[in-house]
Design a protein around this ligand. Sequence first.
Ligand code: C2O
Ligand code: CU
Ligand code: CU
Length: 534
Amino acid sequence: MNPSMKRRAFVFGTLGGVAASIFARSAIAQDASATIHAMPRMGDDMAMPGGMLASHVPLAAADALPSGAPLATLRMLANESSEPGHFQATLVAQPVARAMLAGQPDTVFWQYNAASGDTAGPAVGPLIDVREGDTVEIRFANRLPQPTTIHWHGLPVPPEQDGNPAHPIAPGAQRVYRFTLPAGSAGTYWYHPHPHMLTSEQVFRGLAGPIVVRAADDPFARWPERNLFVTDLKISADGTIPANGMMDWMNGREGQFVLVNGALRPAIDVASDERWRVWNGCSARYLLLAFDDGRPFAHIGSDGGLLAAPRDGLTSLLLAPGERAELIVRAGSAPSRAKLIAARYDRRKMAMSHGSLPAEPARVLADVRFVPSSAAAATSLPAHLRDIATLGPARGQQSVVFSEAMDMHAMHQPDASSLRMPRGMQFMVNGAVYEPGRVTLTSRRGEVEHWSIENRTDMDHPFHLHGTQFQVLERERGGVRVAEPYLAWRDTVNVEPGETVRIATVQRDAGDRMFHCHILEHEDLGMMGTLRVV
Ligand code: C2O
Ligand code: CU
Ligand code: CU
């Protein structure tokens, strides 16, 4: 086996070639003669962790949800404070039964609601719409049967306010999250749970919501704005939301439905040029955004707000799980139609026996009608959107390596099935799975650092860092370095197999921050580290 073949396979702890039959790519599986005999034994004999067994209830049919309704407006979280510069509200995380499948019992989601208990509208958590300089105070009540936290994904909030796994809120308990939004933080963010090993389940049951931070000098302030919060839903034919199976843990969970603002394939009418904010709130699904007729759009903002300059004329843009984008979608001069799609993207999901799964075919996210009104003249884009200074010079370096392994020994331990997680399936950062309290990297506050994030696995992993935004400098693959073509603030960046991404970043506060793969199943399985900022 040549070295490149070796790198293409999981590293197997104790069973070598036999274990290869579960996770390896063709390179190893082909030379594992035990493959065929080993497979049938896996099911009965292996004390298969509970969560790894696929549910016996079949999934609901792909047309089981209604589609085509006008895009739902997101619920808004009302500000209970009348004090200027102060945003105060209460959020509750709780089970909510919603009628989803005709003729089946209601589906129980877990969702974020305002204290008023108003659950009408999409299951997506209410939009927190705030301004730079605001002090945000969210009283939070956990009415879930599990501990949880709220993580303010992408926002520069103090470490003890960031919903780290180290700060769980018990079922029935409450806490207040409080932070102030600094100048320059305007952008498109989201909030979701981040409890130790339970993030995947809490998000796939529905817990996630959008945040928009606005700047006083926003050059698009007068443009019509539309929010598209994309989530993934797996639902069984009996209306229940099934637990993760082995394939979900391995590749990240993808349901049979992709929802926009909580509904399947909504209809959107575009009457004038619009600013779209798009969130990838899916556990693992990659969204290669495009229109099916190849019509161009402009990319004006990333996770951390506006770009320095618009990138006009794009025909596709990849949003990995956790990422956000701001786009300009033009109405055009004559009526037309197009489908907003997630185009085919191969993130190299692994197959059970050998090789990779084929890439998912394109999916329609929404049906868009362009109905330009005569009054709405095409608006030209400002050439300069805002100043973004390059971070530098670097005073420190950090190295992050993503790797994967199968530890068959761990799979046979008595606690292998606790929390219904496959304990032996290891997705690692710098050679280890996450352990609470263990410090992976140490940084000094205020010091610019260059980080290299190397993906030594066989599939894409979106790298995410808490507490700050970073700039992508370059990507390297096979010794070829390509400078990132545009300047942007981000908190999540995809890293392809065999690729190294270099970023510049700086942390402002002392304390512990998480960094991890934003495929939530991988995060729960331990592809996460702790950055201690001193
Ligand atoms: Cu959006 Cu640590 O996560
Ligand atoms: Cu985050
Ligand atoms: Cu991953």
